[in-house]
Ligand binder design. Structure first.
Ligand code: ZN
Ligand code: ZN
Ligand code: FE
Length: 827
């Protein structure tokens, strides 16, 4: 299990922001005795921080104390090696701690007596209060009662030491699927309420045996206060098809099922997975059919890093991500030798998504099962992931041939996270298990804002002070199950964070279920919800605000928001937008020219309709458009043409996502899609397979008629992309490869974005450009845009910790609402 994470790898995802410590600039004699008081803020409670401080102080012969307080962990130290302590406090911190701020205050050394005697005291019973050196180092009882700013750590992949134990025949936990320690194991998903202590977790009904209890109470043990601590004697057990089994037998049985090509519902850390042998075409097809998931890519779990290398191109960065404590699914390019596997797993994508085993059960199982497993969320189509055994039996019974479960309840489900490596950043596509609920530093102080998110890829956000907590991935708010899950997730996170919003932020779309649920939950149809004020935030402004907050900036910037669908202030469907904005306000400075969205939703599910709308607009001739689009039957073409002509359910749209859809179909991509973004995924894959960067096609832009440029900067540029569509079509008719056309189209969008930004900048708009929206899940487009902006001399900011898609939008909503209340707009 050498691939399990190590302490040093913490830096991959890193502390979310690092502020320098304060004070400590004065130079004391290097060998003098110093006394310091240090306050550490961030995720530092429930992550083994106090025992770490205790061990560090003792190893350096320092006296003092450490205590959890409302303001964070407070430490006082005194001794000759205090400076070394201060340095190592941050560099050697436990892997799952997230230090957001360290404050240091130098104090007068105590008048007290002699240097500390040998080693730590046998028992860390807290003294009345620490007064002087020579009394050893103590862990004081938590400052209770007061309303602390609680922090619950995310769930953490199994650490190296626990991995070694699980393999050691002499260890009492050898082969035990639920081993964990202070550095690893379940956290957020088993926590029912605060404080984060065992009785408030789903481990409450397991009574620790004497050996476990001894570890739990010993500050020098690596299981000191590890709330889910367990062993084969006292901890959770495995069940195979509902019957209790010995760990080894259960694992062997499940491995055998998988080798036989069966589909196994596997209860994991944060929900159920459906697993099968990824190299068995029949098993994969069966799973697709039963899960009613025709083309959407499946996540994989590979036995170890060597196995990942056999399937995909793994760089150093990818390797670190795979082995990080967050253990996300990492999107990587498949190897040619595994093209067949990739085609089966992710037929329309440029990538395959792979993760490493992250629980002891995964490690034990994959050691004996086929080496690459499909490990997809245990749900049906777009419902939320199952987390109770009862739910799993009902909803997965018809999909899975067998069940491998356990009796440690999952309180709150959490899907696997997905990250896309782009230029040294791990751009989250889905930010969930392993990351949630770690806070994100936003760089400004905010009142308590609850932002209820949008509709698809839904998350919500709790912002207060300088930190935002974004929820786990909730899913697409399109069915009762997901709505119910959203409801419970809000209550869970609010109660864990003791969060009472004074503001509720939501999308402007009148029909979004998120807005409706918020209204129902917080009462009152008017401007107030449960005493909290409501703030509607435009979808694309929220996207740009999310990337601002993600970079701890406030603007003003030119926000380039490219995505599928968002409700515009004029009632149109926006999505190819240039907003001159800051955190509080925006002005729409440019956008793609409107084109009808024939049939509304129907055009999203069936990109062929969108393609037809674009071709009609580009060539202004029914027969020409028809001839270019064999995917569309004559009858349907007539229906679409009539809809457009009579403006029947064909709202105008400036969506960039729809443009990608249309071009994709023209080049032979899917005429129907099973998930939003599928056509764009296909198009990116085509473009990425072309070996060189191609020159852009032509495009036009002009000032909006009748609207003169506004004061200070221009407004109202309309972008005409139809010249590019015509050129692309003529090239295809002349027999140029579609991969090349796809590549040229990507260059065109990037060049257009940079040209529009430069034009706006010349008219007085800011020289900084912020990129967000679902289209920037496209790594090729993101890179081309960054290059094109750089060529124009413009500075770009783009996402770091938050998804560019609607999964990040709740952060932006919260930021905008907070800013409107407290910050003065600068635009
Ligand atoms: Zn561990
Ligand atoms: Zn035990
Ligand atoms: Fe969006």
């Amino acid at each position: 299990m050498s691939e399990a994470h190590t302490r040093k790898q913490r830096a991959v995802v890193g502390p979310l922001c690092e502020l320098p410590g304060e004070g400590g600039q004065d130079d004391a004699g290097a060998d003098g005795i110093e006394r310091w008081r240090v306050t550490v803020e961030g995720v530092v409670q429930g992550v083994g921080f106090r025992p770490f401080v205790y061990r560090l102080a003792n190893s350096l012969g320092l006296g003092g104390w450490v205590q959890n307080t409302p303001g964070g962990v407070v430490i006082e130290i005194e001794g000759e090696r205090a400076r070394e302590f201060l340095a190592r406090l941050e560099t050697d911190a436990p892997p799952i701690a997230r230090i957001l701020r360290v404050r240091r205050q130098k104090l007068e050394p105590s008048a007290g007596g002699q240097t500390d005697s040998d080693g730590p005291p046998a028992c860390p019973s807290p003294p009345e209060g620490w007064r002087a050196r020579g009394q050893g180092f103590h862990i004081l009882a938590s400052g209770t009662a007061e309303a602390t700013r609680p922090s619950i750590p995310p769930d953490v992949a199994m650490c190296r030491l626990c991995g070694l134990e699980a393999l050691d025949p002499k260890d009492r936990r050898c082969g035990y699927p639920f081993t964990n320690c202070t550095d690893c194991g379940p956290r957020f998903t088993i926590t029912k309420s605060l404080p984060y202590d065992r009785p408030n977790t789903t481990m409450s009904h397991f009574i620790m045996c004497a050996a476990c209890s001894k570890e739990y109470h010993d500050p020098l043990n690596r299981r000191f206060h590890a709330q889910p601590n367990a062993c084969p004697i006292c901890g959770p057990r495995l069940f195979a098809d509902g019957e209790p089994v010995e760990a080894a037998a259960g694992v062997a049985l499940a491995a055998q099922w998988l080798r036989q090509g069966k589909i196994v519902a596997l209860k994991g850390l944060a929900g159920f997975h459906l697993a099968c042998d990824a190299r068995n075409p029949q098993a994969v097809e069966t799973l697709r059919a039963r899960k009613r998931r025709s083309l959407k890519p499946f996540g994989l779990m590979a036995r170890d890093i060597e196995e990942v290398r056999r399937v995909a191109f793994v760089g150093e960065f990818e390797e670190r991500l795979l082995q990080s404590p967050e253990a996300p699914i990492v999107l990587m390019k498949p190897r040619d030798s595994n093209r067949e596997l990739a085609a089966r797993i992710a037929p329309t994508s440029r990538y395959i998504g792979i993760m490493l085993p992250y629980t002891p059960l995964h490690h034990l199982l994959t050691a004996r099962s086929p080496s690459v497993l499909i490990m997809t969320s245990g749900n049906l189509a777009e419902e939320p992931i199952c987390h109770t055994d009862e739910e799993a039996r009902q909803r997965l019974g018809a999909i899975a041939d067998h069940f491998l479960t356990h009796d440690r309840p999952i309180h709150m489900a959490c899907d696997d996270s997905v990250v896309l490596p782009v230029r040294g950043r791990a751009i989250p596509i889905r930010r969930s298990r392993g990351y949630v609920p770690a806070p994100i530093g936003v760089g400004f102080r905010a009142p308590a804002v609850l932002a209820v998110g949008a509709q698809l890829n839904h998350t919500f956000c709790l912002l207060e002070g300088e930190q935002a907590v974004i929820s786990q991935h909730v899913g697409d708010l399109e069915n009762a199950e997901t709505l119910d899950y959203f409801d419970r997730a809000v209550d869970h996170l609010r109660s864990l964070l003791r969060f009472e919003p004074s503001l509720v932020a939501h999308d402007l779309h009148p029909d979004y279920l998120s807005t409706r649920l918020a209204r129902r939950k917080f009462g009152g149809p008017a401007l107030r919800m449960d005493g909290a004020e409501r703030e509607g935030v435009q979808h694309h402004h929220a996207h740009i605000a999310s990337v601002l907050a993600d970079n701890q900036e406030r603007g003003p910037v030119i926000g380039v928001a490219f995505d599928g669908t968002g409700y515009g202030t004029d009632g149109a469907v926006w999505g190819g937008e240039f907003l001159v904005c800051d955190m509080a306000e925006f002005r729409r400075a440019a956008h793609l020219a409107y084109i009808p969205l024939p049939g509304g939703e129907a055009a999203i599910k069936r990109p062929a309709r969108m393609a037809f709308a674009y071709l009609l607009e580009a060539f202004e001739d029914f027969e020409t458009a028809r001839a270019l689009l064999p995917a569309l039957e004559a009858k349907e073409a007539e229906v679409v043409a009539r809809q457009i002509e009579r403006k029947l359910n064909s709202p105008p749209t400036s969506s960039m996502g729809r443009l990608f859809d249309a071009v994709s179909v023209v080049l032979g991509g899917p005429a129907n899609v099973t998930y939003e973004g599928e056509a764009a995924c296909w198009l990116e894959a085509q473009a990425a397979s072309w070996p060189s960067v191609e020159a852009p096609y032509a495009f036009g832009f002009q000032w909006e008629p009748g609207e003169p440029p506004g004061p200070g900067f221009a407004q109202g540029l309309i972008v005409d992309i139809l010249p590019a569509v015509r050129e692309l079509v003529s090239e295809i008719l002349r027999g140029f490869p579609r991969e090349r056309a796809a590549a040229r189209f990507h260059s065109t969008v990037a060049e257009m974005a940079a040209t529009i930004c430069a034009t706006l900048h010349n008219e007085g708009a800011p020289g900084k450009v912020a990129l967000s929206g679902g289209c920037f899940q496209n790594a090729l487009l993101t890179e081309l845009c960054l290059d094109a902006l750089e060529r124009q001399g413009l500075q770009a900011i783009w996402h770091r910790h938050v998804p560019p898609n609607d999964g990040g939008i709740s952060l932006g909503q919260a930021g905008v609402a907070a800013a409107r209340r407290h910050l003065k707009s600068q635009i």
